[in-house]
Design a binder for this molecule. Structure first.
Ligand code: KIV
Length: 261
């Protein structure tokens, strides 16, 4: 996948798949998959580091994970998240963060929100760095939003998100994540834009879909928001495998005579 492919896919009516990826190990698996794009999302602060929100991701943390993913999947298109407030500082500090994420191995960066940062977004794009927008539920604003809630249910909010989407497109974003919005708003925004939308909890009419890898693998059975589909019982299968190893060890079944030097 190349940057031009995103819009070509939309024009051809072909959906785009994106999956989060945070480490070398899973990147090697995704490198061999048909998934179009990898997102080193700031959700890694929660999934990989156990923090309560994405607010805890830092530029250095993002760069470490992006570099690991790049080593595991050098031929995949990698989008790296600008972490909490990294785009809200002065231009110099924001551009320093962009530089670190790109030099770590990103092909593009993703920035949450629109208000107050459109000139910065345009500057990043004019500097040759592809930018993916992110509207709807923007998890870095979880405190301001009062929790992880569906956004844009009221017409005024829906119109504001649509206006922001058009503004992000005008600023030069090549694509846009739409998170946790009603499906009719996902459809309305996707139809209004020339750039592709990639939805998570935004219904079937967006131009692509993204899920957190560990979520789609069912690594946390208790985490099952309405939009999520578990493609396997990863928690159960991994637990079964390591418990099987344990019982083989204590029962003396591992190693066998074929597994020794
Ligand atoms: O960080 C992330 O995982 C994301 C996705 C939810 C789109 O931004």
């Amino acid at each position: 996948m190349k940057i031009q492919t995103f819009r070509q896919r939309k024009m051809a009516g072909e959906k785009i798949s994106m999956v989060t990826c945070y480490d070398y190990w899973s990147a090697q698996i995704l490198a061999e998959s048909t998934v179009d794009t990898l997102l080193v999302g700031d959700s890694l602060a929660m999934v990989m580091h156990g923090f309560p929100s994405t607010v805890h991701a830092t530029v250095d943390m993002m760069a470490t994970h992006i570099a690991a993913v790049k080593r595991g999947a050098p031929n995949k298109f990698i989008v790296g998240d600008m972490p909490f407030l990294a785009a809200r500082k002065d231009l110099g500090q924001a551009m320093d963060a962009v530089m670190v994420l790109m030099q770590a191995g990103s092909n593009a960066i993703k920035i949450e929100g629109a208000a107050g940062q459109l000139p910065l977004l345009a500057h990043i794009v004019e500097s040759g760095v592809p930018v993916m927008g992110h509207l709807g539920l923007t998890p870095q604003s979880v405190e301001g939003l009062g929790g992880h809630k569906v956004q844009g249910r009221m017409e005024a909010d829906a119109q504001r998100i649509l206006d922001d989407a058009l503004a992000l497109q005008a600023a030069g974003c090549f694509s846009l994540v739409l998170e946790c919005i009603p499906q009719n708003l996902g459809e309305r925004i996707s139809k209004a834009l020339d750039i592709p939308t990639i939805g998570i909890g935004a219904g079937p009419h967006t131009d692509g879909q993204v899920l957190v890898l560990q979520d789609l693998l069912g690594m946390q059975q208790a985490f099952k928001p309405k939009f999520l589909r578990h493609y396997m019982d990863g928690f159960g299968q991994l637990s079964h495998a390591v418990n099987h190893f344990h019982s083989d060890v204590v029962d003396g079944h591992f190693p066998s005579c074929k597994e020794v030097y």
